[in-house]
Structure formats: structure tokens, C-alpha cells
Design a binder for this molecule. Structure first.
Ligand code: FES
Length: 334
């Protein structure tokens, strides 16, 4: 991946967005004890772009900026999201669920898609955990419409707390559902589930990180080619991580210039201040757009896009979120 040096103040090479502007809350509905569905629409009445399965929207409200997967719309021209009110989270979901009512206005950017679905596979194994059902629900509908055989394994703690379960049971593809309820002792057994997958099946998984990781590891252990496993990651680092980590230096191979990356700043941000703009999109280590060659120095890899083997090899880095291990200087192939 290359970079370009621009005059300070110019914009980085961002992917053009179909819509970036205000949206109004058309409706707010509680769909599970701690989950709210929101319908969003443009104030000027222009239809929002129809999202592909797996796409998400970036919402800005108050001091928060959060990504949410998009559900198939109910009201034409609107977007629909489902938000888990996580009282133990970083505050965004509580602010959204408690603070936004019908008629409120916020800012939305999207759709973007880091978790695209290919309906051309011979069979698809969908695995969702909790609120991770949102992109998986959209995928199930698209697979059914395309005539692609699939099975949806939905792991929840309690059926009464499972978002979208009523909609799934009413869907024309409801017979693809395999519900795993841990309170009832029907916990999802990943190895057994993957062993039953037809030959050539592809896996799409979205849930808590431990579920995502366990599913990917189980698939690898069973000999699945890594290209057959697809996972949706959301934020990979908790708020405050950056500030808790020390400063380090980066060096550019092409010029030998060295820049200090202080606490709380990313490599991308420091380089931008110097007029060096890297291509970025997610800024969270999930899309892979910023991946840059690493020539020396051991990195603290914090992304979810490079594989464990690539982290071990330490020859590339995601400068939007990864840092240097203590005492290391990173020489970037820039
Ligand atoms: S910008 Fe997406 S991984 Fe760095």
C-alpha cells in the first residue's frame, strides 16, 4: 500500500460514501428486554441507499461515534438498526437507547460493508451470538432470496432475550433456524456444527469476540481453508487503551524521517500532521485498508484483520490502531 504526501489540511484518500448527513428517528421499538430497533430516514425525504447484507452505518450522536449493522428496511427508503443497551459498555449504546426518541436527529454515514456476503457458495453456515444476529439476519434473507442453501445457528442465553427471534420465526426461511439456548442446556457446539456442514460450505459468524474467535479456530482445526471463514468484528480496542500506552517512534524507509507517536495518538494521526496521508476507512483495525509493510521493530498488533500468522511474522501493520511494543521503533515501508 502506498501513501501520498499532501498539503496539510487536504483530505485523506477516503472511500466515497453514498450518504453522509442528518437522519431523523422514524421509530423506536423495544424488540427484546435490552434491545431497541430504530428506523432512520433523511429529513428531506430522499430515500437512503439500500444496504447490502452485512453492511453497517456509522452514527454520530452527542460525543459518540458508533457503527451498527443494518437490518433489511421495513419502511422503504429508511435504515433500520438494532441496538443492545449495554449498561457495562462504553456509554454509546446507553446514550442511544435512553436519549434518542422518535423525531430526534443525528448524523449518519454509510452504508459501508466490511462483511460482504457472497450468495454463490454451495452452502452457507451462518452463526450468530446475541446482538450479532443483526447482519446475520440480513444475510439469511438474501441467501433465501438467492436460493442458496444455508443454516442459521443462533446462540443466545435465553430465548426471551433473543433479538429478532419473532421475525426469524415468521420469515419464509424459518426452517433454517437452529436455536441454541444456554439456559436450557442447548449450548452451541461449534465443532459438531462445523462437522455437519456440507462440503464446500462457507462460514459467516458475528457475535462476541470469544464466539468469533472460537468459530474461526474450530474451522481451522477442522481443516477449513481460511478463505471459507468470514467474521464481523466491531471495535477491537476498548476506549482508553490508546491513552494507557506509551509513546514510541516510527521511521519512514523512503526518507529516514522519524516521528514520535505520543500517548493517545495513532500512527495514522501523527503522519497526517506531517502531511502524510494513508488510506484508511474503519480506523479500528477491521477493514485492512491501511495495512502497511513493517521492515523492523516489533509491533503490538491490535487489529482483527491480519491473521495470527501475519501478526507472528510481523512484516505488516495496521497503523490506524496498532502500536509498538515497549522500547521498539517501527520502520515502515513508506
Ligand atoms: S483503517 Fe481499517 S484496518 Fe486500518
Amino acid at each position: 500500500m502506498g501513501f501520498e504526501r499532501q498539503d496539510a489540511g487536504m483530505k485523506s484518500d477516503a472511500t466515497p460514501q453514498p450518504y453522509d448527513g442528518p437522519v431523523d428517528v422514524l421509530s423506536k421499538t423495544r424488540i427484546a428486554p435490552e434491545v431497541f430497533a430504530f428506523e432512520l430516514a433523511r429529513p428531506d425525504g430522499v430515500p437512503l441507499p439500500l444496504p447490502a447484507p452485512g453492511a453497517h452505518v456509522l452514527l454520530r450522536f452527542g460525543d459518540y461515534e458508533r457503527r451498527y449493522s443494518l437490518l433489511p428496511p421495513v419502511t422503504p427508503g429508511s435504515w433500520r438498526i438494532a441496538v443492545l443497551r449495554d449498561a457495562a459498555g462504553r456509554g454509546g449504546s446507553v446514550a442511544l437507547c435512553d436519549g434518542l426518541e422518535q423525531g430526534a436527529t443525528l448524523t449518519a454515514q454509510g452504508p459501508e460493508n466490511y462483511f460482504p456476503l457472497d450468495t454463490g457458495h454451495p452452502h452457507v453456515m451462518l452463526i450468530a451470538g446475541g446482538i450479532g444476529i443483526t447482519p446475520i439476519f440480513a444475510m439469511a434473507g438474501a441467501l433465501w432470496a438467492a436460493g442458496t442453501p444455508f443454516t442459521l445457528h443462533y446462540a443466545v442465553r435465553a430465548a426471551a432475550a433473543a433479538p429478532l427471534l419473532d421475525e426469524i420465526r415468521a420469515a419464509p426461511w424459518a426452517d433454517a433456524l437452529r436455536l441454541h439456548v444456554s439456559e436450557q442446556g442447548t449450548r452451541l457446539n461449534l465443532v459438531q456444527t462445523l462437522l455437519r456442514a456440507p462440503s464446500g460450505s462457507h462460514l459467516y459468524v458475528c457475535g462476541p469476540e470469544r464466539l468469533n474467535k472460537a468459530a474461526l479456530e474450530a474451522a481451522l482445526d477442522l481443516g477449513w481453508d481460511s478463505g471459507r471463514s468470514h467474521v464481523e468484528h466491531f471495535a477491537t480496542a476498548e476506549e482508553g487503551d490508546a491513552a494507557a500506552n506509551g509513546a514510541f517512534w516510527v521511521e519512514l524507509k523512503s526518507t529516514g524521517e522519524r516521528f514520535e507517536v505520543p500517548e493517545g495518538k495513532t500512527i495514522v494521526a501523527v503522519l497526517e500532521e506531517e502531511g502524510i496521508f494513508l488510506s484508511t476507512s474503519c480506523s479500528e483495525g477491521v477493514c485492512g485498508m491501511c495495512v502497511t509493510g513493517l521492515l523492523s521493530g516489533r509491533a503490538d498488533h491490535r487489529d482483527a484483520v491480519l491473521s495470527a500468522a501475519e501478526h507472528e511474522a510481523n512484516t505488516s501493520i495496521t497503523p490506524c490502531c496498532s502500536r509498538a511494543l515497549p522500547g521498539e521503533t517501527l520502520v515502515l515501508d513508506l
